[in-house]
Design a protein around this ligand. Structure first.
Ligand SMILES: NC(=O)c1ccc[n+]([C@@H]2O[C@H](COP(=O)([O-])OP(=O)(O)OC[C@H]3O[C@@H](n4cnc5c(N)ncnc54)[C@H](OP(=O)(O)O)[C@@H]3O)[C@@H](O)[C@H]2O)c1
Length: 245
């Protein structure tokens, strides 16, 4: 059994990504952080970076759409005896350039749903015994403002941008609320966080006003370390009262 609280962050294999920034912030606050990524070499390099800063970190290979990877990840975590924080950060937005539901590529939409929704759901299921073993586990599903296009329904004024991704994040918000309801009374809090626009893809050209990964990570970690009696089943947006001290 690890003395430190343990955290798992999915999609943490990119140095510029939000997942790595969340892992660093959690480790800085005293967690043993397990970084999960599809490419073990790259994910190990990220964990080694944290270790070089004197932080406690390990790496595990995880494609969230592969059931055998999800099971293996849960087995990897088992010696710690508990999982205090699960951050479902892994995501994909293959329909980045699509601007309407009417001509969306449904194969891309399916991929988005697999990673963003089923991936998060599978990890909650696989990690549930370890989450229950923690004194006050927190689950954070990283969502997106893209979902508001779907939430607006007939009031949305334009075609839906990145429709498969937007629908997946909308479903992730709904999954979050329903999981929170099913886990009510267990002490486990489940929330979604919309981090706002974050400068995580310099190669694609981030906007000057985008938040830094470290700033956005702060909001995710706030939701991952909520005190008992904090919100559950909520969508916490960047700067929302529930997130800011
Ligand atoms: N950046 C923004 O402006 C923004 C805005 C709103 C919400 N968000 C959300 O914030 C989170 C992080 O964003 P980001 O910009 O840092 O994203 P990102 O780096 O593009 O994606 C996150 C990670 O997901 C991983 N991933 C993709 N498919 C996977 C799979 N099947 N299994 C496991 N991992 C997989 C990627 O891994 P590989 O390295 O292997 O490709 C990547 O490292 C995401 O949930 C995103 O939707 C971001």
């Amino acid at each position: 059994m690890n003395e430190k609280p343990t955290a798992l962050v999915t999609g943490a294999s990119r140095p510029e990504g939000l997942g790595f920034a969340v892992a660093r912030e959690l480790a800085g606050r005293g967690h043993h952080v397990v970084l999960a990524g599809r490419h073990l070499d790259r994910t190990r390099a990220m964990a080694a970076r944290l270790a070089a800063e004197g932080l406690s970190a390990a790496a595990v290979r995880l494609d969230v759409t592969a059931p055998e990877d999800v099971s293996a990840c849960a087995r990897f975590l088992r010696p710690a005896g508990r999982l205090d924080v699960l951050v479902n950060n892994a995501a994909t937005m293959p329909d980045f350039a699509t601007t309407s539901l009417l001509d969306a590529d449904l194969a891309e939409a399916r991929t988005s749903y697999d990673v963003n929704v089923l991936g998060a759901w599978a990890l909650v299921q696989a990690c549930l015994p370890l989450l229950r073993a923690a004194p006050a586990a927190r689950i954070v599903n990283v969502s997106s403002a893209a979902a508001t296009q779907i939430a607006a329904g007939p009031d949305w004024p334009h075609g839906v941008r990145s429709p498969g991704y937007a629908l997946a994040k909308y479903a992730l918000n709904a999954l979050t609320a329903s999981l929170a309801a099913e886990l009510r009374g267990t002490g486990i809090l489940v929330n979604a966080v919309d981090p706002g626009p974050v400068a995580t893809h310099p190669e694609r050209g981030d906007d000057a006003e985008d938040r830094s990964p470290a700033e956005a990570a702060f909001d995710v970690v706030r939701a991952a370390t909520l005190p008992a009696g904090g919100p559950s089943g909520a969508l916490l947006s960047a700067g929302a009262p529930g997130l800011r001290a």
